[in-house]
Design a protein around this ligand. Structure first.
Ligand code: ATP
Ligand code: MG
Length: 461
């Protein structure tokens, strides 16, 4: 009776968990048929989640119980970094068959994660036709249209009628990556038009495609950079874009799901740069290689830090007389660093999305200045009150409060101005990395703090 009161979501989760446990039981007890039936009932993504949770023993069972195309479906859904390891576990012939069953572009992604020798050995035992296609795709430069496109598209000829096109679509559909757009070619196989499935369905059966197709095609060249293609997907809202060579021959298509991966990849690159980690810094580098890549940044920051320290040294006299000033240095510098990084992230994200024209940049800077004023005033007021009660010193509270306020305003402004300036100077704004902004803000905030403290020295106890 209890169960009646469960929410839909909870009921769903319960069922899901029960199903999962059952699949696990069947697999562990080697009940092949039951396992197959229940496992294949799950969504491919859930299948992959189940798969990666299994012990090696159970994984070996899965390789034995499923067909290559069923395994291909799982492998496509697994995090790319991990897939080569699973292919190493499989019998090479099975691995080759699984790779042959995948859409070519997914297989290429996996090959890009494998060693050269492995790739070659798989390609030699794979299905000839699939191997040819993959070799063809592997040839394209990384991060260009050629490397992310798939060659499984629906192409029709302009002289065909919509009825014939529908027939062809039926034949091509099982293998096509998307059936939503039909690309129309002329006799020389050049791309001359496009129509959506909806256009095809509503058109009269006897009309020729050239009469119903749209001739204003948006296409990308094979060499185009993936980041620019992501931008085009954002601008045009198509579910797929055709890829052509310089003579306008249709080579492949890029679908929106491939582009989502690109967007994620590009965003994480920008964030690595923001943190001052080189984008080539990868999790499976050796410690020495990783250290080598990070050291140049750290050495530069080290010198900037020494400069900051010597700056504090300039105020030694002030510090000697009022030692309590020192305890608020990390607080003020830290706050300036934090707000600077927040403003920086907003500005870099906007710039790399291409959100800002000149007008927009000015508006962003003005808004950041106002935001800095508000956050600065609030934080400054809070800290003055706290210090007044804690240290029982009105002027110390005043100095720290005003310093925080001024630092936050300057830091927020710097966080948005620096990347915009870099963008102007044609330096990738994401390189104006967080640590630099933080260090610059350290210096500015300390100058403000000690400048004020020195001027109001006589009032401090
Ligand atoms: P819906 O928007 O309801 O899903 P639709 O038929 O409007 O269906 P869209 O994806 O919005 O489909 O595409 C709009 C139009 O753009 C379609 O008529 C299609 O032929 C055309 N089209 C598709 N791809 C391209 C392209 N690469 N270049 C130019 N036009 C295209
Ligand atoms: Mg539409």
């Amino acid at each position: 009776m209890e169960e009646k009161h469960l929410k839909y979501e909870e009921q769903y989760e319960e069922k899901y968990k029960a199903h999962w446990d059952k699949v696990y039981e069947d697999l562990s007890n080697e009940l092949t048929d039951n396992f197959r039936e229940e496992f294949l009932d799950m969504h491919p993504y859930d299948q992959s989640l189940f798969f990666i949770e299994q012990s090696k023993e159970n994984r070996m069972r899965i390789y034995a119980y499923l067909s290559p195309d069923e395994l291909a479906e799982i492998m496509i859904n697994i995090e790319l970094d991990n897939t080569p390891a699973y292919f190493k576990e499989m019998n090479p012939r099975l691995g080759a068959m699984v790779l042959s069953e995948m859409p070519a572009d997914d297989a290429v992604d996996i090959f890009n994660e494998m060693d050269k020798e492995e790739v070659v050995s798989f390609l030699t035992i794979m299905d000839k036709e699939a191997a040819e296609e993959i070799k063809h795709l592997l040839h394209y430069e990384e991060k260009t249209a050629g490397s992310i496109m798939t060659t499984e598209f629906v192409a029709v000829y302009k002289s065909q009628t919509t009825e014939q096109a529908m027939q062809q679509l039926k034949e091509d559909a099982p293998d096509a990556e998307t059936i939503y757009y039909l690309y129309v070619l002329d006799e020389d196989k050049r791309l001359v038009g496009v129509l959506s499935l909806r256009d095809l369905i509503v058109a009269d059966e006897k009309t020729k495609l050239e009469e119903v197709m749209s001739e204003k095609i948006v296409a990308v060249s094979v060499a185009k950079d993936q980041e620019e293609i992501a931008q085009m997907f954002r601008d045009y809202d198509f579910l797929a874009l055709p890829v052509v060579d310089f003579q306008n021959h249709l080579l492949g298509i890029i679908t929106v799901d491939d582009i989502l991966d690109v967007m994620e990849e590009e965003a994480s690159e920008d964030f690595s740069k923001l943190a001052g980690i080189s984008e080539t810094d990868r999790p499976n580098d050796t410690a020495l290689a990783a250290a080598k890549k990070r050291l140049p940044w750290l050495i530069i920051l080290l010198f900037l830090g020494i400069f900051t320290a010597s700056l504090i040294g300039q105020f030694e006299e002030t510090l000697d007389q009022v030692a309590v000033l020192a305890i608020f240095i990390p607080l003020i510098a830290g706050m300036a660093g934090n707000t600077g990084t927040q403003a920086l992230a907003v500005a870099v994200r906007g710039l790399s999305n291409g959100d800002y024209e000149n007008q927009g940049k000015l508006r962003l800077v003005l808004r950041e200045a106002t935001t800095g004023l508000i956050t600065g005033t609030v934080c400054g007021a809070v800290i003055s009150v706290v210090i007044f009660f804690w240290k029982d010193d009105l002027f110390l509270g005043f100095i720290v409060g005003v310093s925080i306020m001024a630092s936050l305003i300057v830091a927020t402004l710097a966080g948005s101005l620096v990347p915009i300036l870099m963008d102007r100077l044609k330096i990738d704004p994401a390189v104006a990395s967080g640590p630099f902004i933080t260090t610059i803000n350290d210096i500015i905030s300390i100058l403000i703090y000690f400048g004020m403290a020195t001027s109001f020295m006589s009032y401090l106890t």
